[in-house]
Design a protein around this ligand. Structure first.
Ligand SMILES: [Zn+2]
Length: 171
């Protein structure tokens, strides 16, 4: 069989990212012991990833690059936010200066209680600039790997919209 809509696919991969005109950097990998397993074609993966795997067979290898617009999008200036330094106070009302370093990742909540992670990009006396873009926004992604398992989804998996068993949901 070939990878198509509603296939259950397991792949190993190495992911490298590269900004436009910049150097490639290793991000993460999934090996044979913990492959990425997913239901193909239901929108759980980035579009460019599935487009490049479409039609491959068990044992096929791949090595492809995806442009930012088919991956996590471009960095958006609206996602750079200046926050007052008071937003970084602890329970005692002290500003936690030691965690305010450029490049530090800080978990935060917005006014509606949504959890988000921001990267500190600038620290001023009264303000801190945080970048809430996805860490891979603006990056070209290169995936290199192999299709290590492939089967048709069961009726239950199709009804739930996700994979059951190894690499998926257990319920
Ligand atoms: Zn389920």
């Amino acid at each position: 069989m070939k990878i198509t809509l509603n296939s259950v696919v397991s792949v190993t991969y190495k992911l490298n990212s590269k900004p436009e005109g910049g150097e490639e950097k290793f991000i993460e990998e999934a090996g044979k012991n913990n492959p990425l397993t997913f239901l193909f074609g239901v929108g759980g993966m980035i579009a460019g990833f599935e487009a490049n795997l479409n039609g491959l067979s068990l044992g096929d290898t791949f090595n492809f690059s995806i442009k930012p617009e088919d991956a996590y999008g471009e960095k958006h200036p609206d996602n750079l936010v200046d926050l007052p330094i008071e937003a970084f106070k602890n329970e005692k009302g002290e500003v936690q200066r030691d965690m305010l370093k450029v490049g530090a990742i800080i978990p935060m909540q917005d006014n509606e209680g949504h959890h988000m992670r921001g990267v500190v990009t600038k620290v001023g006396i009264n303000d801190v600039t945080m970048d809430f873009n996805h860490p891979l926004a603006g990056q070209h992604l290169r995936f290199e790997g192999e299709v290590v398992a492939l089967r048709a989804a069961t009726a239950d998996e199709l009804a739930h919209g996700h994979v059951h068993g190894p690499g998926g949901h257990h319920h």
